[in-house]
Structure formats: C-alpha cells, structure tokens
Design a protein around this ligand. Structure first.
Ligand SMILES: [Zn+2]
Length: 87
C-alpha cells in the first residue's frame, strides 16, 4: 500500500467500480477480494461483472448480435477457471 501517488487506480471493466491496487493486481476495497482479470483484459470486481464484460464485448464483434446470451467457448472457459474456487 505504498502507491498513493498512482494517478489511475484500476477500475472494474464492467461497472467501473473503483478498485484498490495497481495494474499488476487489484482488489475490491469493500470485500478485500482479489479481483479477477477478464478474458479480454482489465479487472472485474465480481462474477457478474466478469460475465457481462465478456458478453458485451462479444455482442459487438462481427458476426455476433445483442441477442447473444452466452459466452464463446474460450471466454467461457476463462470465466469458469476465474471463479472455480468460488462456492
Ligand atoms: Zn464490477
């Protein structure tokens, strides 16, 4: 906790929640939970945000639509392994 001079603290990629830490490792100041890194990069504060961040990005990809409700295979696997230690 010695980077008080850090200009830009990490934020949740999906909801924009302000996180503590650095680009190398972030945690949620409310829960002290380590933040996961989203499949497409950036920290996410929760399982929900991880899912939504990936899904919303994929919905904008060529060949995809906003009707898409499931993650692609690779991002789903990354999501599962991100949260496999959660009950
Ligand atoms: Zn979030």
């Amino acid at each position: 906790m010695n980077d008080a001079t850090t200009a830009s603290k990490p934020k949740c990629r999906h909801c924009g929640k302000q996180l503590e830490g650095t680009r190398n490792g972030a945690y949620d100041p409310d829960t002290n939970e380590r933040c996961r890194v989203n499949f497409y990069g950036g920290f996410v504060c929760s399982r929900h945000c991880d899912f939504r961040a990936s899904l919303e990005l994929e919905q904008e990809m060529p060949g995809h639509t906003y009707a898409q409700r499931k993650l692609g295979q690779l991002s789903q696997e990354a999501f599962d392994s991100n949260w496999e230690d959660e009950s």
